[in-house]
Design a protein around this ligand. Structure first.
Ligand code: AMP
Length: 193
């Protein structure tokens, strides 16, 4: 079944090769499976790697980029479809729209911001796709510890685990995408226990 996968990932070009390798492997598999990828649309970091790999494999990849970034000439010129938007908020909305899955690959503040917004919307019943955290080599262990700290101190319902899939390898990631299904949670999911 064809799926639309929204990817949040690093814009850094100086990260370790293992992160690049995993992004390339995932994009190769996504292409073989006939999935469409939508992402930040720039040539930078893992975004650029994923877009290049999809294109090399003849697959569609879409991006949304705010005008000020296009002005900086960091948009990917070979991407299948690029939407230029006014604001970062609009971009996040369009990236997420109609996606079956969102995946947070290793990334920094931009990735975190995108991931946390969609994860929160999922828990409020405002996003029906599957939210996946790619915890490659424990990259997000500290974030998971923070979520557990929130739970322990009653700032977060422990049911957050029902709305978040954490995977540790590209293989697990591909299986999680294959098994993903759309589901709208009730907004009360968000309430404290
Ligand atoms: P970061 O994790 O801070 O590298 O930010 C990457 C995420 O934020 C991506 O998923 C993009 O959607 C967005 N973003 C941040 N910086 C850029 C950039 N230079 N080009 C395109 N997207 C970016």
């Amino acid at each position: 079944m064809s799926k639309r996968i929204c990817i949040y990932c690093s814009s850094s070009n100086i990260i370790e090769e293992k992160y690049v390798k995993a992004a390339r492997e995932f994009a190769g598999a996504a292409s073989l499976l006939g999935y469409t990828i939508v992402c930040g649309g720039s040539v930078m970091g893992l975004m650029g790697i994923i877009i290049d790999t999809m294109i090399e494999n003849g697959s569609a990849v879409e991006g949304f980029i705010p005008g000020f970034m296009e002005d900086m000439e960091i948009h990917h010129k070979g991407i299948t479809q690029l939407g230029v938007v006014d604001t970062m908020s609009e971009r996040k909305e369009l990236l997420r729209q109609n996606s079956d899955v969102v995946i947070a690959f290793p990334g920094g503040l931009g990735t975190m911001e995108e991931f946390l917004e969609t994860f929160t919307l999922k828990r409020l019943g405002r996003y029906d796709g599957t939210v996946i955290l790619f915890n490659q080599d424990g990259f997000y262990n500290k974030l998971i510890d923070l979520l557990e700290h929130f739970v322990k101190n009653k700032f977060l319902n422990s049911n957050y685990k029902e709305s978040l899939i954490v995977v540790n390898s590209v293989e697990e990631l591909i299986n999680a995408v294959k098994n993903s299904r759309r589901e709208t949670l009730e907004a009360k999911h968000y309430l404290p226990e």
